[in-house]
Design a protein around this ligand. Structure first.
Ligand SMILES: C[C@H](N)C(=O)N[C@@H](Cc1c[nH]cn1)C(=O)O
Ligand SMILES: [Zn+2]
Ligand SMILES: [Zn+2]
Length: 477
């Protein structure tokens, strides 16, 4: 059952209105990691609830309790649950997305104010969250608006779960998903899950994604002096926390991306010929990476090696150091306490539980080798397990058919390097197939400066998600 022509035309006709609504969403500064923005994330929960209610969805805000952030107790933004339709002859599709975003400041290097959506002449919609993940969440809303306004029945029973803590570990969500998956819960009798919260590999080929890496995020604290010190007065008199920390952090990963924590890379088996062939078949080149990155810095000139680095290998990234001097000027300080932030993206069979002890043992032994009198504490932050889905399932057939119908071509079948920890929770607690159907392109700059979503990806992406629901309905129950 193809999507009705009327639906596709409606989406084209309402494009400007949809973009205005995306602009309203981007203007809400829903940065989940910033305590100062927590009220904005909560405002976003309410905004999403109101928007989906207005197009006929039965919605509820679900309290997720409190979060302890650096000693401060903060209310968690409520999750938004929605349901529409309960026809036993139809399939029931659960969609997930998030309405929180990564931090963004003009001073990070943005060309325009990050929380004001700018429509560029080349069709790029620039603003934090445009691609990750407000655009895709609003894609679902656009579809529902058509059915509500034009009094058309949805081809499936619709369920949704939107959260405001994805960028900060999805605190509280796992329990909610498990509860609602039980008999009588809002997700009872869900047949499949669709998540639109990642990106095509390149800028031209639509993708369907069947894997995500997991994550183990760590804070490494080194402290010593009771207060910050003058480096002219105390330099070469005391062990300096920053020196210890930089040495430790330099021992985590080498310049070629090899993880130096013994046992971590070794957990992953090498790809065989068949698997390599799969990566060779993807529409991706070193030039695509260079253009998305804005520099020629790939770890290898072999695109298959580069792709495998993202899709089927773990990676360790150093993110920053809290407490270190970073401003302009030349402050001659010895910071008393510094906290290094790093994370490891995980692939099967790795989990935060089997990787963390390896990291702890290694850090303890490397710190002991320094002979420093400072104190070193490793603290695991949020994490999540990797996920790989079953591509031989009708859910994937429906997504492929929708891609062909909207884009007139075969999708790249990808594994995503990023993480959406709740994906595995959906798969395990519902026992149904999960897929990712991305809206944005590989150069959208998610988490980066000047994040954008191309107008065509927003509009055609809305058609894709809608067509996917019709293709699901075309399958036999
Ligand atoms: C892939 C998804 N859009 C995403 O960006 N996920 C984040 C999740 C996260 C974990 N800690 C902070 N954010 C990611 O992969 O980094
Ligand atoms: Zn996201
Ligand atoms: Zn993200």
């Amino acid at each position: 059952m193809p999507a009705p022509k009327e639906f596709l035309e409606y989406v084209d006709n309402k494009a400007d209105l949809f973009i205005q609504r995306l602009s309203d969403a981007v203007a809400i500064k829903s940065v989940s990691s910033d305590p100062q923005c927590r009220s904005e994330v909560i405002k976003m929960s309410n905004w999403i609830k109101d928007q989906f209610s207005a197009v006929g969805v039965d919605t509820e805000l679900r309290d997720l309790g409190k979060q302890n952030l650096g000693g401060e107790e903060l209310p968690l933004p409520p999750a938004v649950l929605g349901r529409l339709g309960n026809d036993p002859t139809k399939k029931t599709v659960l969609v997930y997305g998030h309405f929180d975003v990564q931090p963004a400041n003009l001073s990070d290097g943005w060309g325009t104010e990050p929380f004001k959506l700018v429509i560029k002449e080349n069709g790029q919609l620039v603003g934090r969250g445009s691609s990750d993940d407000k655009g895709p969440v609003l894609g679902w809303l656009n579809i529902l608006q058509y059915h509500h306004e034009c009094k058309k029945e949805l081809p499936v029973n619709f369920r949704c779960c939107f959260e405001g803590m994805e960028e900060s570990g999805s605190e509280g969500l796992d329990d909610l998903v498990k509860r609602e998956s039980q008999s009588g819960g809002w997700f009872d009798s869900v047949d499949c899950v669709c998540i639109s919260d990642n990106y095509w590999l390149n800028t031209r080929t639509p993708a369907i994604t069947y894997g995500l890496r997991g994550l183990a995020y760590f804070k490494l604290m080194v402290s010593g002096p009771a207060r910050d010190l003058h480096s002219g007065v105390f330099g070469r008199m005391v062990h300096e926390p920053m020196t210890d920390l930089v040495i430790l952090m330099s021992k985590l990963v080498d310049v070629n991306g090899h993880i130096l924590v013994p046992g971590v890379d070794e957990m992953v088996s090498a790809a065989d010929v068949e698997e390599r062939k799969m990566y060779e078949g993807l529409d991706y080149s070193i030039a695509d990476v260079d253009s998305a990155v804005g520099a020629s810095t790939t770890l290898s000139s072999d695109i298959v090696e580069v792709l495998m680095g993202r899709m089927r290998m773990p990676s360790l990234s150093l993110h920053g150091i809290e407490g270190a001097f970073y401003g302009t000027g030349a402050k001659t300080v010895i910071p008393a306490k510094v906290i290094g932030k790093f994370s490891i993206r995980l692939v099967p069979p790795q989990t935060p539980d089997n990787v963390e002890p390896l990291v702890r043992k290694y850090i303890e032994s490397e710190f002991a080798k320094l002979g420093s009198k400072n104190t070193c504490v490793l603290e695991p932050e949020h994490g999540g397990k990797p996920w790989v889905g079953d591509i031989n399932h009708w859910n994937y057939e429906a997504a492929k058919a929708a891609t062909r119908a909207v884009y007139g071509r075969e999708p790249d079948m990808t594994r995503e390097g990023g993480s959406i920890p709740v994906t595995l929770t959906f798969a395990e607690s519902l026992g149904v197939n999960v897929l990712l159907l991305p809206m944005g392109r590989g150069d959208d700059g998610a988490h980066s400066t000047n994040e954008k979503l191309d107008r065509s990806n927003f509009i055609e992406g809305t058609k894709l998600l809608g067509t996917y629901l019709y293709e699901i309905a075309a399958l036999k129950k």
